[in-house]
Design a protein around this ligand. Structure first.
Ligand SMILES: [Cu+2]
Length: 642
């Protein structure tokens, strides 16, 4: 294979195979697609991203080695609705793969940012919708905010093969009034985005539009700011302890690469500690927000925020002193536009180190020793704003080898009119409801614990029965079960037994002759609540198990499949595991479902205090002893004599 400079980007050539796409490369990809007759003025880029080279190639990469820069683009013909999935090589200037989506079998490309304007135009031009909204006392349509909501797949008559959205609308009292306070409930427009018309109007219960405003950013609404909080300032007089070279970060023995994708948002790559690999690639591969209310106006509400709304495209710039405190390093994000151009989001990723209290401590009864060491973590974070909600993705690397992902959910809850006694919503303001829902995330953890040959042991508490070997009934032990095939790798957490999953390397042992391991410790939060027969149970099958383990396949990237938008179901997990491949001593990927089942509280209105969920990866016999004995005694003001 001939390898040359990246076309139209000389001097801007990537120096690592996982380096994030530059604006020049995105534009070069567009030119290449135009040159091959795949793009014209009707074409919309619903996705464009780096195709990562083979894992072996990346792991064995040495500075100066040549590599192929490849890009995947999902193109939509806005006039016909025909979608094309193309992979091109910027290096070789050729089209490597190209296929047309079958909208019935394959699903639809993601919802686009421009669909917000499109649905506004379509519903406001529809006489039926205007009449239904008027019946609810709304006459100034300029103050109505229709929302482009993903349609799902329910086998409803006339919907097959259409590219659709369902539209619920909200009212503003004026331009700066937050519309979420005023849902225009009972009216749903089912919109065909290609024919650009309302194909069906649900005009159900006529409910009053809640009137009370919820303007958390208006001093007149919230009252004067409190004055009892004195400043907290973070100083690192000698600067932070990390170094950054392009996308590569080193901190306290850790080394990793930061990535950013239009769909997954923040990704971490080649995470290693003291030169020993732990995770090859970590990302949020999917997330879904299913709602509980079976009423005609909202039974269909299930949003795949990654696969349908593209987490990365919704990233927001971060501000020093507000979003991030201390000595910050920012990474900008470069994203494709719908025209195939590039746009930059400044300060999209924030990185800093944090003191997080005591790392270890002991005051000894006999020796009089009194020792304390302090813990720190490296924080790599990003925030996305998807309609009403905001999500923060916070990856933490700790000195002791722990890796943690914490998701912070905030923003504004989705709202409805509140009907007294509703079993599906909380009243948060007069006549205003916040419907029950779940936020279910799927982390894809491509593990490389001391190498690519890994296996998974399920470990949990086992109580032992009273008997000759346990006469006093106190005995308990640790049960270890090796998961040998993909069918055995689909597991549910068992919090009462402390069930966790250890990724072991059977070829690498610690000083006790035991395989080194990293454990996935789940929070064991509720799984998908919908009935197994529900449409969403097939479309978000990943959310019916806390753990899936699959044999590595570079094409297996997304927990609900490549195109969850309007997909009929069965994509992603468990289809990836249908071959029931061996996972014992193989290159494996862990997929972990976690999240929040949200029964909103009155305190979640009008803007929701951050709610958290996540998981940890913890070394288990990866080291031979406490790996942070070498932390220095704290200096400065921390630990003075009393
Ligand atoms: Cu919520």
């Amino acid at each position: 294979m001939a390898v040359s400079e990246v076309r139209s980007a000389p001097g801007d050539r990537a120096t690592h195979p996982l380096q994030r796409l530059t604006a020049a490369e995105i534009r070069a990809a567009r030119e290449l697609l135009v040159g091959h007759g795949l793009v014209d003025e009707r074409t919309r880029f619903t996705y464009l991203g780096l195709v990562e080279p083979e894992k072996d190639h990346v792991i064995n990469f040495r500075v100066g080695d040549q590599f192929d820069r490849r890009v995947r683009a999902i193109l939509l013909d806005s006039a016909t609705g025909v979608a094309t999935d193309v992979t091109v090589s910027l290096t070789r200037g050729g089209v490597d793969a190209r296929s047309t989506l079958d909208p019935v079998r394959d699903g639809q490309p993601a919802v686009m940012l421009s669909d917000l304007e499109l649905v506004d135009e379509i519903v406001k031009g529809d006489e039926g919708w205007r009449a239904a909204v008027r019946r609810r006392g709304v006459t100034d349509f300029d103050l109505v905010r229709p929302c482009p909501l993903s349609a799902g797949s329910f086998g409803l008559p006339g919907e097959e093969g259409r590219r659709m959205l369902r539209v619920l609308s909200f009212l503003q009292h004026r331009a700066e009034d937050h519309p979420w306070a005023h849902p225009i409930d009972g009216v749903v427009a089912y919109v065909d985005l290609i024919e650009r018309r309302v194909v069906r109007l649900v005009d159900e219960a006529v409910l009053p539009v809640p009137a009370e405003e919820g303007n958390f950013d208006d001093p007149d609404f919230v009252g004067p700011a409190r004055t009892d909080l004195r400043p907290i300032e973070i100083h690192q007089p000698d600067g932070p302890s990390f170094t950054v070279d392009g996308d590569e970060v080193r901190w306290a023995g850790w080394r990793l690469r930061v990535g950013f994708d239009a769909r997954e948002g923040l990704t971490l790559h080649q995470i290693s500690l003291h030169g020993r690999p732990v995770v090859y690639r970590a990302s949020i591969a999917e997330m879904v927000v299913p709602y509980a209310d079976p009423s005609p106006a909202r039974f269909w509400q299930n949003y795949f925020d990654a696969g349908e709304y593209l987490l990365g495209q919704q990233v927001t710039p971060l501000t020093l002193g507000c979003d991030c405190l201390g000595e910050i390093h920012y990474f900008d994000a470069v994203l494709p536009t719908e025209d195939g151009d590039a746009r930059e989001v400044p300060n999209a990723i924030c990185m800093h180190e944090e003191d997080v209290g005591v790392a270890w401590k002991h005051t000894d009864l006999f020796t009089g020793a009194a020792e304390t060491r302090r813990q720190r973590r490296l924080v790599v974070s990003t925030f996305v704003a998807i309609g009403n909600y905001d999500y923060g993705f916070f990856w933490y690397l700790y000195l002791d080898g722990t890796i943690e992902l914490e998701i912070k959910a905030t923003g504004v809850v989705f709202t409805s009119s509140y009907v007294d006694g509703s079993p599906y919503a909380t009243q948060v303001a007069p006549g205003l409801g916040a419907p029950y829902h779940q936020h279910l995330f799927s982390a894809r953890l491509d593990m490389t614990v001391d190498g690519t040959r890994n296996a998974v042991d399920e470990v949990q508490l086992e109580r032992l029965p009273v008997g000759p070997a346990n006469p006093y009934g106190n005995a308990f032990t640790r049960r270890v079960t090796r998961l040998r095939r993909e069918s055995e790798g689909a597991r549910v957490a068992e919090p009462a037994l402390g069930r966790a999953w250890q990724v072991v390397n059977p070829e690498k042992t610690n000083r006790f002759g035991r395989p080194v391991a990293y454990a996935l410790v789940p929070q064991a939060t509720p799984l998908l609540a919908a009935d197994p027969s529900a449409s969403i149970a097939g479309r978000a099958a990943f959310a019916t198990r806390h753990l899936w383990v699959t044999a590595y396949d570079p094409a297996h990237r997304y927990s609900a499949g490549d195109f969850p938008n309007q997909h009929p179901g069965g994509g992603g997990l468990p289809a990836y595991g249908a071959g029931d491949r061996g996972i014992d001593g193989a290159d494996i990927v862990l997929w972990h479902t976690f999240g929040m089942t949200h029964f909103p509280r009155p305190e979640d209105w009008p803007v929701m205090p951050v709610a958290r969920c996540g998981f940890t990866l913890q070394p288990v016999g990866f080291f031979d002893r406490n790996p942070i004995l070498d932390l220095p005694r704290p200096g400065g003001n921390h630990c003075e004599d009393h």
